[in-house]
Design a protein around this ligand. Sequence first.
Ligand code: NI
Length: 189
Amino acid sequence: MGTMDATPLAAPPAAPDEAALLPILIAPHPLLKARCRPVGAGDADKVRELVARMFATMYKAPGIGLAAPQVGALLRLAVVDVMPDDRKAPIVLINPEVVAESDEMVPHEEGCLSLPGQYAEVIRPAIVKVRYTDETGARREMQADGLLAACLQHEIEHLDGGLFVDHLSVLKRNIIMRRLAKDQRQKAR
Ligand code: NI
């Protein structure tokens, strides 16, 4: 873990829709397999800009979560908004880690902005406790269930080079990756 002091790492995403969009890397891009390094105090400016642009990119997609490696930044940083009650509820996760998880496992249909158009059921712990630093530099702990729990686990996994398809059988994963490659080839035409 990076050493964090109390200095703000990123301004709140005040006007995320105004930030410039970032291109999203599509699997199997090698950067999606990388292990990201912790955010440190020296990353404040970079994180501030990234957070605004990542939110803009995520909302535009639209998606409910986006991790820094998906936009080519190998930092332990992700943004999430599962829009509870159809209202914006942005969460900035700096150096997040799952510190506890339930024994109970539940399935969720997952997708990923790096695997556009591809979905599969993934079984994960139903409830997780996540420790992270927020955009003000404060250390926080959050317990989540339902969609948010799945989303948090999915995004944190990206920071270690993981994708939701890694949870599937080789057969299912290969089907999805082939379908994705075909879709991308057709799109490129
Ligand atoms: Ni994803």
